[in-house]
Write a protein that binds this ligand. Structure first.
Ligand code: MG
Length: 202
């Protein structure tokens, strides 16, 4: 399986990063070794001093597809969960400055904590509320109506380039409010007031 992540899909996050609002979805990938499951702790790696949380709604693909049209895209995912796109911001910045791909800043082991629970897409409202608590305080809040590219537009775009397969995950971008994690922190992710992700930084 593969993990496809969308960058800059919320205008206010693009602004806080000093990035332009994109005219088409920006995507990158994480390997399966990035998955951190079952609320296991994240161990802070020694290659970075600035790891950011980015809280994102995650789609689970349930059909194989290529060149999927937007109007049919809803048939290709059935479950919705929450993930954190952990990002080594210091490494990413260095790569950006040098015009290099920023893969290593995004794809390292355990950089994709994923909720235990996924909701049936039909059980959630069209506009999904989600948020992250850091040590008990809400630090990021989003609603999918604020996305620049909808789930269906994202699927149409990605599937022009990459065949989507059953079990693939799509991280759909973070709202504003990204910030640093440190050892001892507790992160709790919510969809519609249900805590479905809860882990510690060690
Ligand atoms: Mg992200």
């Amino acid at each position: 399986m593969k993990i496809i992540c969308i960058g800059r899909n919320y205008a206010n996050h693009a602004k806080e990063m000093g990035s332009a609002v994109p005219s088409e979805p920006v995507f990158f990938m994480k390997p399966d070794t990035a998955l951190l499951l079952k609320n296991k702790p994240f161990y802070y790696p020694d290659f970075s001093k600035e790891i950011n949380y980015e809280t994102e709604i995650v789609l689970k693909i349930n059909r194989v597809g290529k060149y999927i049209k937007k109007k049919f895209a809803h048939r290709y995912y059935n479950k919705i969960g929450l993930g954190i796109d952990l990002t080594a911001r210091d490494l990413q910045l260095k790569c950006k400055i040098n015009g290099l791909p920023w893969e290593k800043a995004k794809s390292f082991d355990n950089s994709a904590p994923l909720s235990k629970r996924f909701f049936d897409k039909n059980k959630l409202p069209d506009n999904i509320n989600f948020y992250l608590k850091l040590n008990g305080s809400k630090v990021q809040t989003g609603n999918t109506k604020e996305m620049i590219f909808s789930f269906d537009e994202i699927i149409e775009h990605i599937s022009k380039f990459c065949t989507l397969k059953i079990g693939d995950l799509i991280f759909t971008g973070t709202p504003e409010g990204v910030g640093n994690i440190k050892i001892g922190d507790r992160l709790q992710g919510y969809i519609e007031d249900k805590c479905i992700l809860d882990f510690e930084i060690k």
